[in-house]
Design a protein. Structure first.
Length: 85
C-alpha cells in the first residue's frame, strides 16, 4: 500500500482537472464515512432506547406520567388543528 508521501507525490503530478476530480472523489469518500459512522451511532442509540422502553420500569412509569401531563395540551392542540378557521 502506498504511503501518504507517495500518494501526495502522485497527486502533485496530476493535471489540475485530475486533481479536482481526485478532490471530489476524496470528499465523497469522507462524506460516506461520516454518514456510515453517524448511522452506526444512531443505531446504537436506537437500540438502547428500545431496550430501555421494553425493560426499564422506571422509564416506562415516566413515560406514562408525561403522557398524562401533556394529555390536555395535546387534546387542545388537536382541536385547534381540526377546527375551521
Amino acid at each position: 500500500m502506498s504511503t501518504y508521501s507517495e500518494v501526495l507525490s502522485q497527486a502533485q503530478s496530476l493535471t489540475p482537472d485530475e486533481q479536482q476530480q481526485l478532490l471530489e472523489v476524496l470528499s465523497a469518500l469522507i462524506d460516506q464515512r461520516e454518514i456510515t459512522q453517524t448511522q452506526g451511532k444512531r443505531s446504537e442509540i436506537d437500540a438502547a432506547l428500545i431496550e430501555m422502553a421494553q425493560e426499564d420500569l422506571e422509564y416506562q412509569a415516566q413515560v406514562v406520567q408525561m403522557e398524562a401531563e401533556f394529555a390536555v395540551a395535546s387534546w387542545e392542540a388537536l382541536q385547534l388543528v381540526e377546527s375551521p378557521v
